[in-house]
Each structure stands twice: as C-alpha cells, then as structure tokens.
Ligand binder design. Structure first.
Ligand SMILES: Nc1ncnc2c1ncn2[C@@H]1O[C@H](COP(=O)(O)OP(=O)(O)OP(=O)(O)O)[C@@H](O)[C@H]1O
Ligand SMILES: [Mg+2]
Length: 291
C-alpha cells in the first residue's frame, strides 16, 4: 500500500479522541512532592485517534468517528488530528462538552501511566453513522458504548471485520461484544472481564462469544484463540522509549491487515511489528517490512 492510496482499505475508527500531555519523568512521582519533567509533548491521543493515525501512517484510509467539546482545547485538538493526516469530517463538536484530555507520565523504561478526563455523555448526541456502511472494517474502543455498539453492528451486518480494542471496563459494552468478529483485549481488559488474562481465559471468551480473541501483553507474546485452537505470536524485542498508544497502534495495524484480506496470524505479526516500531520511537513501515 502506498500513502493516501485511494484503493487502500478504508477503516472507520470510533471512540476516544483526546489530547495527551506527555511528561517524561526520571521516576514515578512521590506523593505530595513537586517534580520537574525532563521533556513534555502535547499530542493527539485516545484509542480511536491513535489507531487512526497508525492506519494513515501505514498507508490506509481512515474515518475517525467521535466527539470533542467546543471548549478552549477544541482548536488544539483539531490541529493535532489534522497533523496526523486524519480527516475531521466525522469528528463531531458537542456544545458545552469538554474535549477529552489526559496526563501521561512516561518513565525512563518507556512505561506509561495515564489519567484521562472525559465526559461520558459526549457521545450521546452524535449524528447517526453514515449509511450504508461503506468501509472495509470497523475498529472501536470501549470508551463510549453508543459508538462501540453502533459501529460493530453496522460492520458485522455488512460482513466486514468488526474489531474491538477491549480495555477495561469491558462490561459496559457487554452487548456490543456479541457483534464483534475480533476481540483484542489488553491484560487489564481481560482481567477485568474474565478474572484472569491467561490462555484459559482467552479460550473461554472465544468460545462464549463465538469470535476470534486475543490478549496483548506488552513485550510478551500475544495469546490468541480462534474458537478451535490457541496459539501465541511473539513480539519483536526492542528498546522501549514510549509505550503510550502502543496498544492503539497495534489495533489500527491489525484491523488494516484484516481489511486488506490477511488472515489473523499475519495480521497479528503486522500489528506486533507496527507497535514495536511505535514503542521504539522508529518511523512506521509497511506491514511486510517487519521491524
Ligand atoms: N516493550 C515493548 N516491546 C515491544 N513491543 C511492545 C512493547 N510494549 C507493547 N508492545 C506492542 O504493543 C502491543 C500492545 O501492548 P500492550 O499490551 O502493552 O497494550 P495495552 O496494555 O493495551 O496498552 P495501551 O493500549 O495503553 O498502549 C503488544 O502486543 C506489542 O505488540
Ligand atoms: Mg490498549
């Protein structure tokens, strides 16, 4: 796929669009103390936007579906979305709403700690999805159940991959989960949903929900289950610089690969490669190039 290729798969990404204030710190803050950051960046974030940005960088086409406020942050948010090459046409503005934003601490080993502020009502007034479903796949996060449900059902009805990034709390989107063709949990998400994040939990969820299921586990192999058998796919070893958005990059690359007609194993390899490059601070490359 080449950049901005009009024949490239077109993914609709729905969910959280946020501004991330990343602060690099030498160690985790001491309660009650004052600290000086070693570096800071104000960047586009949130699951849907991070995934959309990754899809654009990998050569796919994207529609970002979600909501921001009409507050002081909104203009900065729009500028950051545009800077990622992501179109604004399905980014809706809610009067009186607060644009979601996060404080993100980045430690020396690349580990991130996130505090996100968002108004749960932000997505209640969204206009309906464009009809008919004209995309090659849908990718949703769990942050706004209305968006999650609408996109998964529309994609599934159209016979397209319907992928969910299952982050805690997953039970808020319990109904929507039944419409997903592919459910990719984080450790926190699967532990929240199934009580543990091991191979048994992955198998049980795959069978119960009749979907392809996996759990990403940072640098450890991705545990997968296709409803019949389990398998692991290793993650490339890299020196982590910044893991903020790694999972979102993973889901964007995974969904793009599925939409391009790749099987799940190949798609996980592509997602691992893209996420590893993101974590290492390397420029993205096409899924075929590896790390
Ligand atoms: N240290 C790392 N080294 C190499 N790859 C990593 C590393 N951390 C994450 N990844 C890649 O990113 C994928 C997703 O990471 P992880 O499971 O930590 O996401 P997450 O818990 O959902 O977090 P988030 O969504 O906030 O990024 C992993 O499966 C792996 O492919
Ligand atoms: Mg995640």
């Amino acid at each position: 796929m080449t950049r901005m290729d009009k024949n490239a798969p077109h993914i609709i990404c729905g969910g959280l669009i946020a501004l991330d204030l990343e602060l690099s710190v030498s160690g985790f803050p001491v309660a009650g103390a004052k600290h000086k950051a070693q570096a800071s960046r104000l960047v586009g974030g949130g699951g849907a936007l991070n995934a959309a940005g990754a899809i654009v960088r990998l050569g796919g086409q994207v529609t970002l579906y979600g909501a921001i406020g009409d507050d002081d942050l909104a203009d900065v948010m729009r500028a950051r979305i545009t800077a990622l090459g992501v179109p604004l046409d399905q980014v809706h503005v809610v009067a009186g709403g607060v644009t979601p934003h996060s404080a993100v601490l980045i430690e020396a080993d690349g580990d991130r700690t996130i505090i996100n502020a968002r108004d749960d009502m932000l997505a209640t007034g969204l206009p309906p999805l464009p009809q008919p479903f004209g995309y090659d796949a849908a990718l949703v996060d769990t942050r706004f159940p209305q968006i999650t449900h609408a996109l998964l059902t529309a994609a599934r009805a159209a016979g397209k991959p319907a992928v969910i990034d299952a982050e805690a709390p997953v039970r808020l989107v319990q109904d929507a989960l039944h419409h997903a063709s592919h459910i990719a949990f984080s450790v926190q998400g699967l532990t929240d949903y199934a009580g543990s994040a091991d191979a048994d939990a992955v198998a049980q969820v795959a069978r119960n929900l009749n979907a392809w299921v996996c759990v990403t586990r940072g640098p450890d192999p991705v545990l997968c289950h296709d409803g019949r058998s389990a398998y692991e796919i290793p993650v490339p070893a890299v020196v982590a610089q910044n893991t903020n958005g790694a999972g979102d990059t993973w889901h964007g690359a995974f969904t793009l690969a599925l939409a391009a007609g790749q099987g799940e194993r190949q798609a996980v390899h592509a997602a691992n490669a893209a996420a590893a490059r993101h974590v290492a601070g390397l420029a993205p490359c096409s899924a075929q190039d590896g790390v």
